[in-house]
Design a protein around this ligand. Sequence first.
Ligand SMILES: Nc1nc2c(ncn2[C@@H]2O[C@H](COP(=O)(O)OP(=O)(O)OP(=O)(O)O)[C@@H](O)[C@H]2O)c(=O)[nH]1
Ligand SMILES: [Mg+2]
Length: 415
Amino acid sequence: MKKAVLAAVCLTDKKKGFETAMQETRELCSACGIEVAAECIQQSNSVDPRTVLRSGKLQELADMAKQTDADGIIFYNPLSVAAAQRISAAADGLDVIDRKALILDIFSLRARSAQAKIQTEVARLEYDLPKLLQDNMESDHARGGTFNNRGAGETRSVIIRRRYEARISALKAELKQIEAHQKTDQAKRKKSALKSVALVGYTNAGKSSLMNAILKTTDRPDRTVFEKDMLFATLDTSIRNISYKNRQFLLYDTVGFVSDLPHELIDAFKSTLDAARDADLLLIVEDISDPMKAQKTAITMETLKEIHADSIPVLHVHTKADLAKSDEDLKGICVSSLTMQGIDALLEDIDKALYPSDVTMMCLVPYAQMALIARSKKTLDIRILESTEEGIRLQASGTKEHMKVFEPYRTGENR
Ligand SMILES: Nc1nc2c(ncn2[C@@H]2O[C@H](COP(=O)(O)OP(=O)(O)OP(=O)(O)O)[C@@H](O)[C@H]2O)c(=O)[nH]1
Ligand SMILES: [Mg+2]
């Protein structure tokens, strides 16, 4: 599809968020390379169960598509298989898809890793199956029952269902294997006792750019992740080690959220979202320059609830501070990944949030226990003060739990 008419029913009780949702649908079209040639919107109390739009408006839609030479119709409202077929029949057989199919198309275009590709294919097959079954049940009826070449008594729709289901289970088995590997890696990371921080938020908010800006403060600024001005630029989780104040944490870049993320995709991307669910801290990235920031934050919070990540501590990070129009925009934690404004302060805020009840003590660690210092460097802030005859004098800060190992060497001197 290259050029389409965008159609929608604006329900009277959902008028408030409608413009935001429509703007998002336009952006989804552009992310798919589809030009919106015209829009056909009906205000109504309800959606017509047969054709979504009522008959007069449906005719208007068909005329619009003809006049603009569109090669498809995209509906904001979800379409049943039968409704899509009826609408297509009324519009000279044009392709008719809904927003969910559009999101699936974008994911298919963007998927890069084996995992994202398989997850997207599963979602696509699950989405397409009811449509295919409907088509073939109709031809089964027309044929009067069995599909001759394929064994006695088998209809084409039964064969198709079986093939699809077999392919879906094979793909799911492959995914399970990939996930098992990831779980092992995750378990290793957990064992290393590093805290994890996940960047979450609306698609295109600036999460990956923020990850790259934070990386610039480390000794591995080259380990950048992909950032681009398009929806769903990131489909796979990336993990980077970040050192701050002599200790480290893991930073996760995740897939962006969008309103009404299709359930097929929530399920498919569960493992991608695992990073958010298992994090010690979530950085909710919000784009200062986005006029729809408030609505998008609300959607992000709702999605976090859906994936059961709503009890994790959060920091709201307002990014693209260089695009702020007034001081009013610059409230709370504000950063710019472009100019690096506020990045150091953000790292300090992350540190405080990760280690709220830090304990600091002075210690004298015997040389025989040097390995303890090396082992604790990732989780504690250790400052070596001097080497003495008895051992190394140092100041260590960290959580009570992590500091336990230094208790035997505490000197009791004041800091
Ligand atoms: N001016 C300005 N632009 C920024 C800033 N941060 C990000 N951008 C731009 O915003 C666009 C989206 O950035 P990404 O970092 O890819 O956004 P994302 O949240 O990772 O998006 P998805 O992966 O699609 O969910 C890119 O064009 C960036 O260059 C910033 O601080 N200032
Ligand atoms: Mg990204």
